[in-house]
Design a protein. Sequence first.
Length: 451
Amino acid sequence: MRFVSTRNESPAVSLSEAVMTGLAPDGGLYVPDALPQLDVEKLNPEAPLATLAPRLLAPFFAADELRPSLEVMCESAFNFPLELNRPHGDEARFFVLDLFHGPTAAFKDFGARFLAECLTRLKQPEDPPFTILVATSGDTGGAVAAAFDNRPEARVVVMFPEGRVSSLQQHQLSCWSRNVLTLAVKPDFDACQALAKQAFADEEMRRGFNLTSANSINIARVLAQLCYHAWAALRVHAITGEPANVIIPTGNLGNALACVWAKIMGLPIGRILCATNANETIPDYFLTGRYTPRASVPTIANAMDVGAPSNFERLMALGDREALTDFGVSAVGVSNEAIRGTIARDHQRHGLVWCPHTAAGLHAYHGLVGAPKQQPWVLAATAHASKFPEVVEPVIARPVELAPPLKALLDRPAHFETMDASLPELLRHMREGLGHADRTRINASSGFPRP
Ligand SMILES: *Cc1c(COP(=O)(O)O)cnc(C)c1O
């Protein structure tokens, strides 16, 4: 299979090249020249994700140098539980797909871990270690650092905005092995992102550190994500005899796009409803047919604070608004008040505690009316509630118990360095901080209160 740019001005490449490059040279995103059609009848709905995934992904890897490793990569990347539950009772046709049992308790672990498997295998023995540079507003940096932690082939530089992430997030960004350098950058996320861009544009820096990107436009992340949507759809279909309708809390559209691809590949998926927060670029597009990217506004579901969704180009490569609507794709925006209200209501009625992003999706489910509501629905639960205690605890008026993977992280010492957003500063920190065996780690410097 070959991969082409959404902007059609770069040569087609192999999957490995697409994974290594991230963004196509013309600024577009890599997509397969045609999505494979699967013989879905032959897929076993009882198979665990690690077994199902290679069968789904084999056509994408056909003839690629990574093909012989596909089974092993899936086995290693998807080594934590994936669960489909019916929290409102076994008779209910409401399913929740728990995507938060990975090392950093959010769905980004699937994509980041699979990407790590791909990249570490693509490194030639004679190459110097590659350096993943990631600017993060919270969740992504942790998932990427965790995925590459302790891998000698890779070094990771995480830049987060100083003082702008929660104490739990800060710890999760800075509690890794020596191959991860964590930097608190002043003053905000925009500065982090601008600095990362500057570094990638700097030839000396890019070559000197063998810089690579792991952001959400990397095709490996989308491929990993389509696997769990397929896994859930097969199970729901086996249980109910009907296709699964899916609700996806949405920011950069990576998770939702993966679900659309899975449906095109023939999996039993019905409607795909994207739930954004107050950043309504996608809902507005479906309403008006016009795409108007804009600056993001901060919300309590901050991992979805995106005004210009990076995967929109991949969605557009599939068809226009009419085509997408006919295919069952839609979007709805959910306000902070509605998110809080949904968390409170489901806690009161069912004793359940949702993360703010998942709650946006649940609100969208409650808003369904008529015949569609009678059909089976799957809500993608994108993070564990305990990642967002600042939002959730005041609403339910009690503490949320930490997810087990997060508890384990708290036992690790944390260390980060603070710096101004300048390229020379970044260079200095990277020269001094990367790969030094004697770099000492300062315990509890993240200030996170230990339980
Ligand atoms: C990243 C993230 C999202 C948004 O996913 P996209 O693929 O960017 O649309 C939703 N929820 C959580 C918890 C996230 O971390």
